[in-house]
Design a protein around this ligand. Structure first.
Ligand code: PMP
Length: 424
């Protein structure tokens, strides 16, 4: 039996139930931007497998470094012990981050990187005997699937069964271009009315909300208000980190420095599961005390796994190489040219772009059709050899940075076919 058939007897996939989902496609190999299936088909991975494989699949430099590490030290408890990959990775990462970032805490996925940041922010106040517990997040944001991360996410289908267990969060509208002043005023009012502990946000682009974008200038204004009112600032760079927005980090577009930052996904280039929370000295210092109960009581068995750290180091080599920025610029300008070519065409409602992130929102008015549209678009892409994951009527492209211009044109060709399909 095929992988796909065997899978359907035993596996439970995210967001799908087998009764309604199409059978999963068995993938046997990946190389560069391409995935190869067990039935001999090829798919361009235009979403970098959930925005993870920033350097494409099976990058030889990462494979080599990981395999060396595997033969040297595969794991060691990170309480009371340390190792070269974790020390080197933290040193190198901190050099690339805003100057105020001074400590690195390791977890193993994006949700827990956020979970840790929330705990650090809340305990920062608790340790000082200050009663601040409420958090601000953006409407429609997604920060992960653990309970804290779910609390600050506003995705009702994800959180509905658990609502009573989630903590109190004030949701602020996203400051999209025509809403900037209104959102600023709303934040000002909120900060005047309540003592807010922290503000957690996806910088520049809200991914799971459908690649909703806003400007760095307005974010700087919102963050300046937070600074004035002593609100801990948490930047969730799980999606945007490591080049996605055209710069190394989305926060490189901002003048305000976050207190806490969260990373995962692209950090190892898709080789190993790793999450990272970094913080300023001020946050770290509030946990240092003769009083042991002020410590952060949080740790995972796989914290700072040496193989994951080695994969991240190899990925960082590629991030720091000269062609990295060239590739980002090349993809960003291809996207811009494609955006220009779509403006005003039938079937297009809105097109958004920030760096290597492109989102095309199709115009659809019949609500009955809307429900089947997502699957139709998904299948149309697969039939044309491209993996895209539409969100309703929104299709986004977040390619691996090694994608060739021929492959990128194939992806645009599929979007053009989608447009014709919708416009018909
Ligand atoms: N934060 C953001 C901004 C994300 O996009 C995601 C994942 N889509 C997460 C957190 C959660 O990461 P993970 O899936 O690794 O738990």
């Amino acid at each position: 039996n095929s992988l796909s058939e065997r899978d359907q007897q035993v596996n439970w996939h995210p967001y799908t139930q087998m009764q309604t989902a199409p059978p999963p496609i068995g993938i046997v190999r990946g190389e560069g931007a391409v995935l190869y299936s067990e039935d001999g088909k090829e798919y361009i991975d235009a979403v970098s497998s959930w925005w993870v494989n920033i350097h494409g699949h099976a990058h030889p430099h990462i494979a080599e470094r990981v395999s060396q590490q595997l033969h040297t030290l595969e794991h060691v408890i990170f309480a009371g012990f340390t190792h070269a990959p974790a020390v080197e990775l933290s040193e190198r990462l901190l050099k690339l981050l805003p100057a105020n970032q001074s400590r690195v805490f390791y977890t193993d996925n994006g949700s827990t990187a956020v979970e840790v940041a929330l705990k650090m922010a809340l305990q920062f106040w608790f340790n000082q005997g200050i009663n601040k517990t409420k958090i601000i997040a953006f409407e429609g944001s997604y920060h992960g699937d653990t309970f804290g991360a779910m609390s600050v996410s506003e995705r009702s289908v994800f959180t509905r069964p658990f609502q009573q267990y989630l903590f109190d969060v004030a949701f602020l509208p996203v400051p999209v271009p025509d809403q900037e002043e209104a959102v600023l005023a709303q934040l000002e009012k909120l900060l005047a009315q309540e003592d807010i502990a922290a503000f957690v946000f996806e910088p520049l682009v809200l991914g799971t909300a459908g690649m909703v974008m806003y400007s760095p200038e307005i974010m700087d204004k919102l963050l300046a208000l937070c600074r004035e009112r002593n609100v801990v600032i948490i930047a969730d760079e799980v999606m945007t980190g490591f080049g996605r927005t055209g710069k190394r980090f989305a926060c490189d577009y901002l003048n305000q420095e976050p207190d806490l930052m969260c990373f995962s996904k692209g950090i190892t280039g898709g080789t190993m599961a790793l999450g990272v929370t970094t913080c300023s000295h001020q946050i770290y210092a509030s946990f240092l005390s003769e009083d042991k109960t002020k410590a952060l009581f949080h740790g995972h068995s796989y914290t700072a796994n040496p193989i994951a750290c080695a994969a991240a180091l190899a990925s960082l080599d590629l991030v720091e190489a000269a062609e990295f920025q060239e590739n980002l610029t090349c993809i960003s300008s291809s996207h811009s040219a494609f955006v220009k070519s779509l403006v005003g065409k039938p079937g297009i409602k809105e097109i958004r772009q920030t760096g290597t992130i492109l989102a095309v929102e199709f115009e659809v008015d019949q609500t009955s059709y809307f429900h089947t549209l997502r699957d139709d678009l998904y299948n149309l892409a697969l039939d044309n050899g491209v993996l895209l994951r539409p969100l309703g009527n929104i299709v986004y492209v977040l390619p691996p940075y090694c994608i060739t211009s021929a492959q990128l044109n194939q992806v645009y060709g599929v979007i053009e076919k989608m447009r014709l399909f919708v416009a018909e």
